[in-house]
Design a protein around this ligand. Structure first.
Ligand SMILES: NC(=O)c1ccc[n+]([C@@H]2O[C@H](COP(=O)([O-])OP(=O)(O)OC[C@H]3O[C@@H](n4cnc5c(N)ncnc54)[C@H](O)[C@@H]3O)[C@@H](O)[C@H]2O)c1
Length: 453
């Protein structure tokens, strides 16, 4: 079969297609154009928006001067793309609500899958993916990059070593600041039918961490929460009125919640210049109506072996990071991470855009960026665990994950590579949590009949 290719054109390279060439796709595309170009090539894009596909054509052209651009297909041509382009693996970076359909169809068409979290947004989607994987036998890799963060791996090592004994409870608090947190209220994430809400879209990362840290299964979930900060009703209550519908081009009073896509060339290309094709607005005001997700969430999760997780998520904090405390029969481990000590405003009153979560100047921030893992056994002194830092994004964690994804997981005593069951076990907590939010009652995960064990 003669294939167009953005790769080197070698015959033994695995042929990949990227489904959804938005913001997140770039990490995988750069990996296949760079460090993993010797094992894989990009055969095609499956993407409804030609401007976003064109952005990545340029990346391919810059890395492979003279090579053909990857072939382009629409979402309804997924099966045709897999067949005609000889695609062996699809990398799925389309919005959450599309995952189940894309994965089931790609597997049925004969492709393996690399899937961004969350696995899907609801119970029907989870069942569809599980059924497709069982029926077709195709493989699925879930890219839980947080596992690979050296600090999270270090906590896994501490727990697995038995130093704090058998885990009896975990207290996990995650705070998103008014820059990153606000971003979930601007576009498709703001609708529960499209993202599953933050319990699914965001917290499935965190639930996966706890499942993995404890090597245990969530058995019962109770959740409580609401939209208390963002959205039109909250804005009215606080006197935030007469706001423009979007951030780009906004004039007038300085506004720390407004996002001007022109401030970031990548956002401008991927979204502002792509709007004419699909009307996708990336910079909607976070105080408009139509938001159906929560911004404050609390969850209690019981685990099969008896531990309890108490979890909370806040999406409008002045700083960003997380705290985890793990209590065991032999002691306690505490991990504290400050990813950004403060949101810094520029002269125009808007947050200084920096997607890499850099901290405020230490002079400005009482809470400097950093991380600390402390372990203390009963009757002993606390000791700080050294966290090995690599280079690259997330302390080198992303690079290690991409190597597992594209070269196959090597021997890893921490078992960081994640598959179907990990996807199900994490998303089920969010899905059960959403049911609990609706009913006010706890949900037993076994009642969802997903075959978690
Ligand atoms: N692991 C992480 O830390 C992390 C970070 C960011 C995003 N993500 C995940 O990555 C995925 C993409 O997020 P994003 O921020 O890039 O979103 P995005 O909206 O920027 O990009 C999604 C792309 O998919 C396209 N698309 C829409 N429907 C499609 C369909 N049916 N088939 C193919 N393409 C379709 C859109 O046009 C867009 O180009 C989401 O699932 C998100 O949860 C994960």
């Amino acid at each position: 079969m003669a294939h167009t290719t953005g790769g080197t054109g070698g015959t033994d390279l695995r042929r990949y297609a990227v489904v959804g060439t938005g913001h997140r796709a770039q990490m995988y595309i750069e990996a296949l154009l760079g460090p993993h170009a010797d094992v894989g090539e990009i055969a095609a894009w499956c993407e409804p928006n030609p401007a976003r596909a064109a952005y990545y054509d340029e990346l391919v052209a810059a890395a492979r001067p003279g090579a053909d651009a990857p072939a382009r297909y629409e979402p309804d041509q997924l099966e045709k793309m897999i067949d005609v382009e000889g695609v062996q693996t699809v990398v799925v970076t389309s919005p959450d609500h599309t995952h189940a359909d894309v994965v089931a169809r790609a597997m049925a068409a004969g492709a393996d899958v690399v899937l961004e979290k969350p696995m899907t947004t609801d119970l029907a989607g989870t069942r569809r993916i599980v059924d497709a994987a069982e029926r077709t036998g195709r493989s699925i890799v879930l890219t839980f990059n947080y596992r690979y963060s050296p600090r999270n791996s270090a906590l896994k090592e501490v727990i697995a070593s038995g130093e704090i004994g058998e885990v009896t409870s975990v207290h996990f608090e995650w705070v998103l600041d008014t820059m990153h947190g606000a971003d979930y209220f601007r576009r498709w994430h703001r609708r529960k039918d499209l993202s599953g809400g933050l319990l699914v879209h965001k917290a499935s990362h965190h639930f996966d961490l706890v499942n993995w840290w404890l090597a245990d299964l969530p058995s019962r979930v109770y959740a409580s929460g609401a939209l208390r900060f963002y959205g039109a009703a909250n804005a009215r209550r606080r006197g935030l009125i007469r706001r423009p519908a979007r951030g780009t081009g906004r004039t007038g009073r300085p506004d720390p919640f407004s996002l001007d896509l022109r401030d970031d060339p990548r956002l401008e290309r991927l979204y502002l210049q792509a709007e004419e094709h699909d009307g996708y607005l990336r910079d909607r005001d976070v105080f408009t109506s139509g938001i159906t997700i929560e911004d404050n969430l609390a969850v209690v999760v019981d685990y099969a072996r008896g531990a309890t997780l108490t979890y909370s998520l806040n999406a409008h904090s002045p700083w960003e990071g997380y705290r985890v405390s793990v209590n065991g029969t032999g002691g306690r481990a505490e991990l504290e991470v400050v990813e950004r000590g403060a949101v810094v405003l520029g002269k125009d009153g808007r947050p200084v855009l920096d997607p890499s979560l850099v901290e405020a100047d230490d002079d400005d921030a009482v809470r400097p960026r950093g991380q600390r893992l402390v372990v203390q056994q009963h009757w002993g002194a606390a000791r700080e665990v050294e966290i090995p830092e690599g280079s690259g994004a997330h302390g080198g964690g992303d690079d290690r994950m991409l190597a597992d994804v594209f070269r196959g997981p090597g021997h890893d005593p921490l078992g960081r590579a994640a598959g179907l069951l990990d996807g199900v076990r994490s998303v089920v907590v969010g899905i059960a949590g959403n049911t609990s939010l609706e009913t006010g009652l706890p949900v037993r995960t076994a009642d969802l009949r997903l075959g978690l064990a």
